[in-house]
Design a binder for this molecule. Structure first.
Ligand code: KIV
Length: 280
């Protein structure tokens, strides 16, 4: 059955945990969808794990639409959330509604995710009013990496913790149906989760959140440029892939691959005739 924003709100009311993973292509989305995960996020982390950028700031609307559309084909049951990229909503309420609309119409999103708190609440309200569900994102917000001064845990001081709480409450009031909390101390994330009536989805925010999200390359050991402390590797697929690629390389070079059972045949009489015709 299709997961919707109602599924998310119901899970919160019933105290059921929610799961979300990122995906950027059709075949991965299908595998994740069929595993029963509630939501698939086409994160702008695609800038890091797919496009090889150092950060997410260069990711474009076209990137998000291109990958979102591919993932939508595989996300039959999972709620499809697509990130609004840097500068697609910070600039104005008009830009936010227009670009959220594009992610829905062209990328086939069921919901969009925006980074930021009170400052972007006018955008959140307008996008929600346009009939587009919004997931908020607080704490470490990678699009602001230059302003934050790096990948740092957020909300560790009294002042910044209070600001995070205010931002979360403001997002809920503006109409967000869920809020991602990234790199936030566990007890603060738990406190925020208890204060909100909408679910929190944690990433590096402890077990007190209403759900969890991870980048799939991180949890499968496929991305080694930077592995945050909060990542649990559920399988070392990266190692399996590296071995398979090396085996393929050596079998091609030694002639061990392809074998006859991986090849197609033709009637030998036909081949004999062709060879005779081509004979000098
Ligand atoms: O872009 C992304 O993958 C994200 C998650 C880390 C929450 O925003």
């Amino acid at each position: 059955m299709k997961n919707t924003v109602t599924t998310f709100l119901q899970a919160k009311q019933e105290g059921k945990k929610l799961s979300m993973l990122t995906a950027y292509d059709y075949s991965t989305a299908k595998l994740i969808n069929d595993s029963g995960v509630n939501a698939i996020l086409v994160g702008d982390s695609l800038g890091n794990v797919i496009l090889g950028y150092e950060d997410t700031v260069s990711v474009t609307m076209e990137d998000m639409i291109h990958h979102g559309r591919a993932v939508s084909k595989g996300a039959k049951d999972a709620l499809l959330v697509i990130d609004m990229p840097f500068m697609s909503y910070q600039t104005s309420v008009y830009d936010a509604v227009k670009n959220a609309g594009r992610l829905m119409k062209e990328g086939r999103a069921n919901a969009v995710k925006l980074e930021g708190g009170r400052k972007i609440c006018p955008q959140v309200e307008a996008v929600v009013s346009a009939g587009i569900p919004v997931m908020g994102h607080l704490g470490l917000t990678p699009q602001s990496i230059n302003a934050l001064g790096g990948h740092k845990v957020q909300g560790k001081t009294e002042q910044s913790a209070r600001q995070l709480i205010d931002d979360a409450l403001a997002l809920e009031k503006a109409g967000a149906f869920a809020v991602v909390l990234e790199c936030v101390p566990a007890s603060l994330a738990e406190f925020i989760s208890k204060k909100l009536t909408v679910p929190t989805i944690g990433i590096g925010a402890g077990a007190g959140c209403d759900g969890q999200v991870l980048v799939y390359q991180d949890m499968l050991g496929m991305f080694s440029d930077y592995v945050p402390k909060f990542v649990k590797q559920f399988a070392n697929v990266g190692e399996i892939m590296a071995k398979a690629f090396a085996d393929y390389d050596s079998e091609v070079k030694s002639g061990a691959f392809p074998t006859e059972d991986k090849s197609y045949s033709i009637d030998e009489a036909v081949m004999d005739k062709i060879k005779a015709d081509f004979a000098d």
